[in-house]
Each structure stands twice: as C-alpha cells, then as structure tokens.
Design a protein around this ligand. Structure first.
Ligand code: SF4
Length: 387
C-alpha cells in the first residue's frame, strides 16, 4: 500500500504483471505522435507559501518571506497575458499555507477571504473577467474544495510525482503518495479535467515509475478525467543537488508513460527542463503550458523556449505544432470542439465537464471569446513560421 493511503482510504491497486510488462518497454516499442501541442499561458504564483518543504523545491518561501499577489496584481498579470494572446491563467500555490504563515492569513482576512482557496476562487473570476481560462494547481484538495473551485476553472492539476515514499518528501511536514492519489481521485469524482504527472529523479526506482503511471491510469479509467501526464525530470537548483536524469533514462520513462496510458491521455514534457526534441519519437505529444510573458516560477533558472523553439522541437519529430486551450478538446462544449474530435464520456454521468462560467467566457462575443474559440478550433492564434 502507498504511504498515506490508509489515512485517505485510497483504493488504488496496481497489478504486478502490468508493472512487469511496463518495465520491459523501450523507446522502439511506442509510436511517435502525429502532432505536438502546447498552450499559451500566463504564470501567476498566487502565493509562494507552502506547508511542505520538499528538498528539490525552490518554489516555496518560508514564513515571513512568502509572497501573496493582490487582486490588482492578479488582474494586471491577466491583462498582460491576454494582450499577449495567452489563453490560460496558470495559478500555482505550494500546498495550503499552515498556521506558521500568519502574515498570509492576516492579509487574506483583511481582503475578506477565509482561506487561500476562497481567494483562489476570486482570482479565477478575475482571470475570466480579463479573458483567460483559469487552470489552477493548488496542491492537495478535498472533494468539497474541488466542488467549489471547479465552478471557475477550465481544468486543474497536481503532480503525483511518485507513489514511492522518498526521502525528498521527508521531514516533519510532508506530502504523501496516498494524499496525492486521493486528490487525483477527488478531482475525478468532481469531473474536473485534470493534469498530473511524475517527477523523475527524486529517489524513486524503475518499479516506482511504473507503479506511478499505472496508478494514474487506474484513476483515469474510473473517472475519465486525466487529460495529460507530465513526465518531468528533476533539475539541480540552489536547494538540491539531485542530478538531472540522463537522456536514456528520460527516453525510457517517456516510452513507459506512452505505453501505460490510454491514447486519449497526452504525454507531456516541459521543453525548458527536458531535451524535448530527443523525446518526440518516444511518444510525447504535448509541450505543456509555455508563457510568452512570465517566467517558470517553479524552475526560474530554466527559460521557456519561444514559439520558434517549440517549432524546432516539432520539426525534429516531423510533427506539426498546434496550439490548444488549457482544457483538452474532448472536454470542451460541442460547438467549439474541432471537427473530428470526439467528446469525452463521463463515467460519473455529469451533463458537462466545463462549468457554466467557463462556457460563457468561451462563448462571449468579444475579442477574448473570439481568440479562445479560434484556438479551440485549431485555427489561431499560432503564428511565426517564416521559413
Ligand atoms: S514541491 Fe510543492 S508541495 Fe513540495 S515544497 Fe514545493 S510547492 Fe510545496
């Protein structure tokens, strides 16, 4: 059983024979994708407070030093992003700030919010007002928190990282695999199109990688909600000296991800952290959210490539580059889905994956609605390509 699974009553079982099969997969066993996608986003680190202290992480700040963006700052960032043609407001946190972050809690209270999650709800409303689709990564959530936040999000995410109990998560305050699986399950039960992924090189072994991918698959098979799985390598930084996994490791683990997951679930590598051009033939079909206007605040030493850089990755794989919304096409309303794209069945029987506020944002008769619909249909605003 995964660490923490008992506490959260996580009932995810991984079949041993499937693990063995996955361990035998090599890059030559999977097909390259016929296209590569990406989303244009503005990265908004709502707070750098986090209750945990993962050893490889440079995102969190300790109590007294953590930042908290004001509503005006959120609005300004969204405006800059929308003006630059972005479609996604990517809201990131650490995990819910604990009692040590008194300044964060006091400021939220002054602004009239009971919790960081109440504030996230408002931040998402601001993003919608400014013409962007919110995609929130707020760490672990309960089902009732998803029920509230799904009303204003186009999609959401949290990295599983690994099902292994690794030292990188150790310490007095630590996240556990059971807790993360519980969050992914809760998102599925609430019908939230969801992004998750594994982190490669934090002390897990090959079997752990296979189990992690199969655990994600099982939760997707139950709820149909996993739209993409990120295969992210750890990178050295000022807080950790975990070595970056080498290319052959990344090629094998990407191929395992492609083999483990159903075809509708995308396999993504972040092009600022991974040698993406050398992974296209191992089955990646997505390059994730890339921002023309903000840094990757989680890995600030690693710059995102521009559109030309993404085109170079796609060219290396002989695949066309396509822009997408943060929400994958199959979860979108019928009238904005590209021709030929099917709709995602919902095993839990909801009427729509996308909440009314987001549907209205996409349908609005304004410059933002037109941009969102054009990207959804696959005919804009991707540009550059002058050769
Ligand atoms: S990786 Fe996430 S949960 Fe861990 S310390 Fe960083 S922000 Fe917090």
């Amino acid at each position: 059983m995964f660490a923490g699974a008992e506490k959260y009553d996580v009932d995810v079982a991984v079949d041993e024979r499937a693990v063995e099969r996955l361990l035998s997969v090599r890059p030559g066993d999977v097909d390259a994708a016929d296209r590569l996608t990406f989303a244009r986003n503005v990265f908004i680190p709502l707070t750098t407070a986090c209750r945990y202290t993962c050893t490889y992480c440079t995102y969190y700040d300790v109590p007294g030093e953590a930042s908290l963006l004001s509503p005006d700052e959120v609005r300004e960032q969204c405006r800059v992003g929308a003006d630059a043609g972005c479609t996604e407001a990517l809201f990131t946190f650490g995990d819910e700030p604990d009692d040590r972050y008194t300044a964060v809690h006091e400021t939220l209270a002054e602004w009239g919010f009971d919790s960081i999650h109440d504030y996230l709800y408002r931040a998402c409303e601001i993003a919608l007002e400014e013409g962007l689709l919110p995609h929130s990564n707020p760490g672990d959530l309960t089902e009732s928190q998803f029920a509230a936040l799904r009303e204003v999000n186009a999609s959401m995410g949290v990295m599983l990282e690994t099902t292994a109990d690794v030292d990188a998560h150790s310490g007095g305050r630590r996240k556990t695999p059971g807790q993360r699986l519980n969050t992914i399950r809760a998102a599925g039960r609430q019908g939230v199109p969801f992004t998750t992924g594994i982190l490669v090189g934090i002390g897990e072994d090959w079997r752990d990688r296979a189990e992690s991918l199969l655990a994600i698959r099982e939760l997707h098979e139950r709820h149909g909600h996993v739209q993409e799985v990120i295969v992210q390598n750890v990178v050295p930084n000022e807080r950790s000296d975990f070595p970056k996994p080498d290319l052959s490791t990344m090629r094998r683990v990407v191929a395992m991800a492609r083999a483990a997951l159903p075809p509708e679930v995308s396999v993504q590598v972040p092009p600022n952290l991974s040698p993406a051009a050398d992974l296209v033939d191992c089955g990646i079909d997505d390059l994730g959210g890339v921002s023309p206007v903000t840094d990757d605040y989680i890995n600030p030493a690693y710059e995102w490539p521009d559109l030309r850089g993404l085109e170079a990755v796609a060219d290396a794989g002989g695949a066309p580059l396509r822009e997408r919304l943060p929400t994958y096409a199959r979860y979108l309303p019928d009238d904005v889905r590209p021709a030929g794209a099917g709709s995602a069945p919902d095993p839990d029987g909801r009427e729509a994956w996308i909440p009314a506020a987001v549907r209205e944002r996409i349908a609005a008769d304004d410059v933002h609605g037109r941009r969102l619909r054009a990207v959804a249909r696959g005919d804009g605003p991707l540009a550059v390509r002058s050769d």
